[in-house]
Ligand binder design. Structure first.
Ligand SMILES: [Zn+2]
Length: 223
């Protein structure tokens, strides 16, 4: 009798995180800090709201953004219920580059956070959410957790209204969701949308905001 060989799960899929456990009554609000050409590059109103309301959140900082926002990097790192990961150095399209180039792009902000801010950042989100096998392999070799999302807010789209973004979140947010938004000022309605999430959508569904790390260990017994 021949033994059936089980299908080997795709290596890439197994390494890329898009959500937490579906049984977890939590969601992760995540905010990318991609570099911007115009504007302040920082949504102070949004950050103030998250801090005042003590809402756990995860930020993915690009190296180029960090070099222009030293004060803000320090401020975000100081908040105990915020988590900080990285988002590439200059926001490149990873699949267009060799593994070596991707490694430089990936490690730039990791090193900067480490040397300048004494912060060990282990969460990584590729710019544009784009990657290939090299991206996944390099992140894994460097001990970084590869974090995407399963709910796209669409917040940087200037044609979307707050109501439209909220409608999208209503449709897709559930237990274990990771929501992608922006804190670099590109999301015109992000503050409004987060306020709606916090005051209405999440409490109505008995969902609690968590950092990505909390979400990933959600439901596991304490060691
Ligand atoms: Zn980005």
């Amino acid at each position: 009798m021949m033994l059936l060989v089980p299908a080997i799960p795709s290596f890439t899929q197994a390494q890329v995180i898009t959500s937490g456990p579906p049984s977890c009554p939590g969601v992760a609000l995540t905010f990318d800090l991609c570099p911007v050409r115009n504007g302040t590059g920082y949504d102070q109103t949004l950050i103030d709201y998250l801090v005042e309301q003590k809402i756990p959140a995860t930020f993915f900082m690009s190296g180029k953004w960090m070099t222009k926002h030293d004060r803000q990097v320090k401020a975000l790192l100081q908040i105990p219920f915020f988590e900080v990961g990285t988002h590439g150095d200059v926001h490149q399209h990873m699949p267009f580059h060799s593994a070596e180039e991707q490694e430089q792009e990936m490690l730039g902000p990791v090193r900067l956070l480490n040397t300048k801010y004494q912060h060990d950042a282990t969460l990584f989100r590729p710019p544009y959410g784009e990657f290939n096998d090299d991206t996944v392999n390099v992140a894994r070799a460097r001990g970084l957790q590869f974090v995407l999302w399963n709910v796209v807010s669409g917040d940087p789209d200037p044609t979307l209204t707050a109501i439209q973004i909220e409608g999208r979140l209503k449709r897709f947010v559930r237990k274990g969701s990771i929501i992608v938004m922006h804190a670099n000022g590109k999301g015109r309605h992000t503050h409004e949308v987060v306020q709606d999430l916090h005051q209405h959508l999440l409490p109505e569904r008995n969902l609690t905001p968590m950092t990505v790390s909390e979400l990933l260990s959600c439901g596991q017994a304490a060691p």
